[in-house]
Unconditional design. Structure first.
Length: 314
């Protein structure tokens, strides 16, 4: 079996596994009456179709072809020993962290990745809620790794395993009643609780926890935040005018907002900055970005604690 055919088989198998798990969770949530919105679930599914469609044309020819070219011009030959597989997975996971980080810090990429964050209810289908332009962003995770000597086939295997783990991270909140928050795993791994923080729009949770499998990168780069018991994650965007149950709004409104800002900006430099600066930046006063929201959120939380303590003191 040739590598492209094997790659296609892996992709198909992954798709069937994802579909099976999504349907199983959907049935459980409906039967237990925990599903908040079937309509948002369908938006997730149709977003997955829009996200996946370009890969049928680009995956084997551009993405896979580029990776093979890089492997032919690799700087090293890593081989296939067991420890190389571990190193390949760690390399993939770090690249995921980096590309994910850029998805929140560069507005052009945020217009792509932000689609994933429009969901207002956490469930497995959110894991596949992607943009029709996702092929511009997420392949950056894998496309350069073969230059380091990792066989593209090895990278695709690592990616498939990581994506299955990423599916688990999006499990509905109500499954905490069974498994708990698994805080003991947070030392090394991204758990559903940790990833819920990433999806939350609560000020103290903004732009935290970019990892897919391992939490070590967030801890190294100080972007890690555990879930606080007294602050339940609220999902979605700070941008309130996007309806999470409307497919067209989910896919297009972030781009419309960006285009509006670019048109209004004076001079080429400011127009360019709207593309590369973080969401929330503006050319007038610098805007209000995630770090300021977090600082204000923590201050409000501390003030609330002091108020309660003073009340108890009386």
């Amino acid at each position: 079996m040739t590598l492209p055919l094997l790659l296609g088989k892996i992709t198909s198998t992954f798709g069937y596994i994802v579909l099976g798990l999504v349907i199983l969770e959907w049935i459980i949530l409906v039967v237990t009456k925990k599903m908040e919105s079937n309509r948002e679930g369908w938006v997730n599914v149709f977003s997955y179709v829009l996200d996946s469609f370009p890969y049928f044309f680009l995956g084997k020819f551009i993405i896979f072809g580029t990776m093979m070219w890089m492997y032919e011009h690799r700087l090293f030959t890593a081989g296939y020993a067991w420890y190389v597989w571990i190193l390949a997975y760690l390399s993939y996971d770090f690249m995921f962290w980096l590309v994910h980080y850029l998805g929140h810090k560069v507005r052009f990429f945020w217009c792509i990745h932000g689609v994933h964050h429009t969901a207002e209810e956490m469930k497995l289908t959110v894991a596949v809620r992607g943009s029709f332009l996702g092929f511009i962003h997420m392949p950056l995770t894998v496309i350069g790794l073969p230059i380091l000597g990792f066989d593209p086939f090895m990278i695709f295997i690592c990616e498939a395993i990581a994506r299955l783990y990423g599916l688990y991270e999006h499990v509905n909140d109500h499954f905490d009643d069974i498994a708990g928050k698994q805080r003991w795993l947070e030392f090394l791994f991204i758990t559903p609780s940790v990833h819920r923080v990433h999806h939350a729009k609560n000020p103290i949770y903004l732009d935290r926890n970019y990892g897919e499998t391992f939490s070590i990168w967030d801890k190294i780069f100080r972007t890690f935040q555990t879930e606080i018991d007294q602050v339940k994650p609220v999902y979605g965007l700070l941008n309130e005018h996007i309806n999470s149950k409307n497919l067209l709004q989910v896919q297009l409104l972030l781009w419309r907002d960006l285009w509006t800002d670019i048109k209004r900006a004076p001079g080429f430099k400011n127009k360019l900055l709207y593309l590369i600066m973080p969401p929330g930046w503006n050319h007038i006063d610098g805007g209000k970005m995630a770090a300021q929201y977090r600082a204000e959120g923590w201050k409000a939380l501390q003030d609330e604690k002091k108020k309660k303590n003073n009340t108890y003191a009386y």
